[in-house]
Design a protein around this ligand. Structure first.
Ligand code: BGC
Length: 747
């Protein structure tokens, strides 16, 4: 038996042996992919197409769920057929690494659709995304898929960017905690049975100019290291993520996909990352065709692979013939190609693909069974954020006569994020030239959820569409509101990648009011005098100052997934008490952006008077904000010891008591401020949080620990620096309400 086939041999020995047997052409096929739809014939895999398209084998199979549109059983059969083809019809029988998206669920038709990432972040409970990705891991592996193109670890402070919904929000610490948990669940307990998590988009993609997708990200070096890189470092160090995806944008003249500093110096040399770096789709070609830092595909390939970008996706293009010629001509050393190929092969060995590339027919209950629906419901509930509740307008009595109004009330599709199966199929289907089904699992919409709980009369009037100028439905909506005790307006957008979408990838906005004529609808309904409860079903923080004045209660549902409507209804009727908190602040107006809590002492205000001429400087709803149907009291803050050294740990304890009428959940948040430092430091930095459930009258002590050494920041020379001095400790239920204060001294 050849060494590489012998599983008793060590990993490096097997990699080295296989590498030594590969021709240059065969090596390059390992550095590229093929779209799944290119290998489809009818309802399955086409050996004839494979023989024509990938005669030497292929490194990666792209987007098998969305590209085929198959159900899970057919995906498994397709992957098995591909692996059998590779084993039997290519010289060395190297299995393919199969990937799909999985941000808010495995994007395969019929697999559960969970809340979008921004909603997951709103739970402030990392254990939840970890459970979600553990379920996704089982689903993917059961259908023969080995790599998930998630999570998105971009830190985003700009609601104009359509992809803000894919992120865990504006704060590096919260993004890190969510990211680590997400990766742990996906990678699982051991490398062989895990799904390779892909951290993206490395790095700084969420900070593009004017919130425009793919635009340059003007990030100063210190901010890059202190805000945008830590989530990636944490997911690699703490959760052992095995892949990183390069990004489309440039920073200060260097495209991220050609950045040796990012892809090699920081990622490999500083952090010791040993996994695989893949290109965002077409990012290698973009170096030539978009950024113009390479004269042709060959130059693009050379830049990218030299910088440390191992795999070109989705198809082998610049890394094919153009790169082959460069190697033959001695312009790219073989060692550079070998380095990239060995990273790919190492993963394939680690995953056990040479021994077992096939999967058994999957159990249908794995994809959207009762346990998945229950988890989707729990996640959706916990992601709800009660933004406003004046006069205790919510919860509603179940006997109330309710007018349910708005374009998002009875359309389940609007509850799904841009990386859900339907949104992806709407884009990839037409692009592939194939017709793939765009519907997937049953989505409980808000109207259905409310009908399930109401004991009173419910009247539905859509009022208007998400977009467009059509106001012809207003009259009916107003009539419905007049005859009701309360009007629930479910407003929002459509998330996806196609032109009819208002949020999602490639769907950036210049205005952040409700899309279309929905604000006019809210006003028309409010003018009836019937109180309005606004439910937001959307992927971005809207700038709602003007309509917030006319609505006493606002519930943010984000893009809550397949059980979202049920969760919203439970919250509206008080069957569930919302306890989520904002992972990103809401501006009053779009012109304030960026408005974020982790600002510098001179940030977030305009000297001399502080505010704008035409607006307060602060956010409408700050980071960490979220109300409840009950009330919580904070007391007894203790910070011990008062003086600490680098190797010491500061313990912060606080007592939380439920002083309201019902049980509920509160997220206790710990912020720190370095009072004086040799470079400017943020006025507040989140350093800990804990979601606590309490019954009325119940009280609990919450404890946080902070290591002295973790207080280092980047000094004037960008090197880590631990400076003695005073630290202020702030604890509370939002960044703007962290009013219990203490101090300690670092010596
Ligand atoms: C996105 C990536 C995604 C890739 C493949 C790109 O447009 O930027 O996040 O993983 O497509 O679906």
């Amino acid at each position: 038996m050849e060494v590489y086939r012998d599983c008793a041999r060590g990993l490096e020995e097997r990699v080295g042996d296989l590498l030594s047997r590969l021709t240059l052409e065969e090596k390059l096929t390992q550095l590229g992919g093929v779209w799944s739809f290119e290998l489809v014939e009818g309802e399955g895999f086409s050996p004839a197409k494979a023989a024509a398209r990938i005669p030497l084998g292929i490194g990666h199979l792209c987007r098998v769920g969305v590209g085929t549109g198959f159900d899970p059983a057919a995906i498994a059969a397709f992957c098995n057929d591909l692996q059998r083809y590779l084993r039997e019809h290519t010289r060395l029988g190297i299995p393919a690494l199969v990937h799909e998206e999985c941000l808010s669920g495995y994007t395969a038709r019929g697999a559960a659709i969970f809340p979008q990432a921004i909603g997951l972040a709103s739970t402030w409970e990392p254990e939840l995304p970890e459970r979600m990705t553990a379920a996704i891991r089982e689903q993917m592996r059961a259908t023969g898929v080995h790599q998930g193109l998630a999570p998105v670890l971009d830190v985003c402070r700009d609601g104009r960017w359509g992809r803000v919904e894919e992120t865990f929000g504006e704060d590096p610490y919260l993004v890190s905690r969510m990211g680590v948990a997400y990766v742990r669940g996906l990678e699982g307990p051991e490398p062989r049975s895990g799904v390779v998590a892909t951290l993206k988009h490395f790095a700084g993609h969420g900070a593009s100019e004017a919130g425009m997708n793919w635009a340059p990200a003007p990030i100063p070096p210190r901010e890059l290291r202190e805000v945008h890189l830590p989530p990636f470092a944490a997911a690699i160090r703490e959760a052992r993520a095995r892949a990183v995806m390069s990004a489309y944008h440039e920073m200060d003249g260097v495209p991220a996909s050609a950045s040796a500093e990012l892809l090699t110096a920081i990622l490999r040399e500083e952090w010791g990352f040993e996994g695989m770096v893949i290109a965002d789709y077409y990012a290698v070609d973009m170096l030539h065709a978009y950024h113009r830092v390479a004269a042709d595909k060959a130059a693009a390939a050379r830049l990218a692979i030299t910088a440390g970008l191992d795999v070109e996706l989705p198809v082998l293009d610049a890394y094919g013939e153009p790169l082959r010629r460069l190697v033959v001509e001695g312009k790219v050393p073989m060692a550079v190609v070998d380095r990239a190929v060995s990273r790919v092969l190492r993963l394939k060995f680690q995953l056990g693909l040479f021994e077992q590339p096939f999967v058994d027919p999957p159990d249908p209950a794995l994809f959207d069974g009762p346990a998945h629906r229950a988890l989707a419901l729990e996640l959706a509930r916990k992601s709800l954020v009660l933004l406003r509740n004046e006069g205790g307008r919510l919860p509603l009595a179940r006997e109330a006569r309710v007018a349910v109004i708005g374009p998002a009330a009875a359309d389940g599709r609007l509850l799904l994020g841009d990386y859900s199966y339907p949104a992806q199929a709407e884009m990839v289907g037409p692009a592939s030239g194939r017709t793939v089904p765009t519907s997937s699992v049953h989505v409980v919409d808000v109207l259905e959820g409310m009908r399930g709980l109401s004991r009173g009369e419910i009247r539905f009037a859509q009022g208007c569409q998400v977009l467009g100028e059509d106001r012809s439905g207003f009259a009916e909506a107003v009539r419905a509101a007049r005859g009701a005790d309360v009007a629930v307006v479910v407003a929002g957008g459509r998330s996806g990648l196609t032109l009819d979408c208002t949020c999602g990838e490639m769907r950036d906005r210049a205005e952040l009011g409700l899309p279309g004529v929905q604000e006019e609808l809210v006003r028309a309904v409010a003018e009836t005098g019937t109180p309005v409860v606004l439910v937001l079903v959307n992927g971005r923080p809207y700038a709602l100052e003007s309509i917030a004045r006319v609505v006493p209660a606002i519930l943010e549902a984000w893009l809550p997934g397949e059980e979202g409507g049920r969760a919203v209804a439970e919250a509206l009727y008080g069957q569930y008490n919302p306890g989520g908190k904002l992972p990103i602040g809401f501006p009053r107006r779009v012109g304030q952006i960026p408005v974020y809590y982790r600002r510098k002492p001179s940030g977030g205000r305009s000297q001399f008077w502080g505010d704008y001429v035409d607006s307060p400087a602060g956010p409408l709803f700050p980071f960490g904000h979220g109300l409840s149907y009950t009330r919580f009291a904070y007391s007894d803050l203790k910070v011990q010891p008062a003086v600490v050294a680098r190797e010491d740990t500061v313990t912060v304890t606080v007592r939380l008591t439920c002083v309201g009428p019902v049980s509920g959940e509160e997220v206790v948040q710990l912020y720190l401020r370095d009072e004086v430092a040799s470079v400017t430091r943020p006025v507040q930095e989140l350093k800990g949080f804990c979601r606590v459930h309490l019954a009325p009258g119940e009280s609990r002590e919450v404890t946080f620990t902070v290591d002295g050494g973790s207080l280092a920041f980047l000094g004037p020379d960008l090197r880590p620096l631990l400076e003695p001095g005073t630290y202020r400790v702030m604890v509370g239920g939002s960044s703007a309400a962290a009013t219990l204060e203490g101090v300690f001294e670092l010596v």
